[in-house]
Design a protein around this ligand. Structure first.
Ligand code: ATP
Length: 363
């Protein structure tokens, strides 16, 4: 096991600057997830750590060794990909044993490691089968097994669950977490799925256009996103955004937007002082909106018209019109609401977010 350090890493594909000055320190035994939309450079970053892609500039260290020019097989890493790439003519046992055989491990040791991995993955009874006799989930386990038998310093995962159906993905996600808990091997995991990132990662790295936007523990990203992009990317349904002007009236600070005039509690008032008279972006998570009751102050609620009601069982999502904009409110499942209802929504004032109107950086 080892830490992985990425220092000022860049990748150019001709004129495409795919990875831009990435700096990361992945601690020994840590599970770090790189997440971002398609094309943000997460796979390219992982492939440079693996040695499958050349480095344009910067350094990758595994343990204390700079591995920039080491071939993949000398880096003591094991990769698991989206397409399991099992050898169809070989049994599960031989698929898992193959890498060790190539490395000239003794037969007894190979057998010991294959059985140990099969135990961890619960595939002891499948060892004699061929890949075509396995379900997708079982194949993915074999692909994991092939990585586990190597006892590598670092696991690198590239969207390993995306070929599985939704239910199996959730199940394998839990298993991956258990396996990591048991083995404690340092892991870097790439996905475009923010739920996967939030549930698997000790820390999550959010990327966009080749640039790291924020690194943090899942709840840190959720509660204190560094900018509007992270705020919108992490969380489902996504955060609502509205452009508001910051004004002062009789010593109180207000956020005034279409269809709303919110009187801000003192911590926000202090933070927004420097933005008086300017337009900023207000962010409200759907679960921080609820139906207003008589006790809710006017300054923390606004009128809305229901456009769509999505009943999810555990909660109801109300798509509402506020002024000419739209918002989503996640409300109690017992709420009776219909299309075209006029209602008032109250905000959880402690949990508002504000972003600079120009730079989109959190205020
Ligand atoms: P996805 O989730 O779609 O795989 P990603 O975040 O992993 O996306 P990368 O595959 O790292 O993104 O690609 C980053 C950028 O580099 C993209 O703009 C992509 O088009 C470009 N790119 C990737 N591989 C090559 C290549 N071999 N030649 C040229 N451009 C490439």
């Amino acid at each position: 096991m080892a830490r992985v350090v990425i220092r000022n890493l860049n990748k150019m594909y001709n004129e495409v600057h795919a990875v831009k000055g990435v700096n990361l320190e992945i601690r020994d035994r840590e599970f770090v997830v790189l997440v971002g939309p398609s094309g943000c450079g997460k796979t390219t970053t992982l492939r440079m750590v693996a040695g499958l892609e050349s480095i344009t500039s910067g350094d990758v260290l595994i343990g204390d060794t700079v591995v920039n020019t080491l071939p993949p097989m000398d880096r003591d890493i094991a990769m698991v990909f989206q397409n399991y790439a099992l050898y169809p003519h070989m049994s599960v046992h031989d698929n898992m044993a193959f890498g060790l055989k190539m490395r000239k491990f003794a037969r007894v040791e190979i057998d010991r490691r294959v059985r140990e991995a099969a135990d961890i993955l619960g595939i002891q009874t499948l060892l004699e089968r061929k890949p075509r006799q396995l379900s997708g989930g079982q194949r993915q386990r074999v692909a994991l097994g092939r990585a586990i038998v190597r006892h590598p310093q670092v696991f690198l995962f590239d969207e390993p669950l995306s070929n599985l159906d939704a239910k199996l993905r959730v199940q394998m996600r839990v298993e991956l977490k258990k396996i990591h808990d048991r083995l404690g091997t340092t892991a870097i995991y790439v996905t475009h799925d923010q739920v996967e990132a939030m549930t698997l990662g000790d820390r999550v790295v959010v990327m966009k256009d080749g640039v790291v936007q924020q690194v943090g523990e899942p709840l840190e990203l959720y509660n204190a996103p560094a900018n509007r992009f992270v705020a919108g990317f992490i969380g489902s349904p996504a955060m609502n955004f509205a452009t508001v002007g910051v004004t002062e009236q009789q010593g109180a600070i207000f956020a005034v937007g279409e269809g709303m005039q919110l009187k801000l509690p003192s911590p926000f008032a202090a933070r927004l002082q420097g933005h008086l008279g300017k337009q900023v972006t207000l962010g409200i998570r759907p679960e921080d909106l609820r139906l207003a009751s008589g006790n809710d102050a006017d300054g923390l609620s606004f009128a809305a018209v229901v456009e769509v009601v999505e009943r999810l069982g555990s909660q109801i999502l109300l798509d509402v019109k506020v002024g000419t904009g739209t918002m989503v409110a996640a409300v109690e499942p017992t709420i009776q609401a219909k299309i075209r209802d006029h209602l008032r929504l109250a905000v959880n004032a402690e949990r508002l977010h504000f972003f600079d109107g120009g730079s989109d950086v959190a205020i």
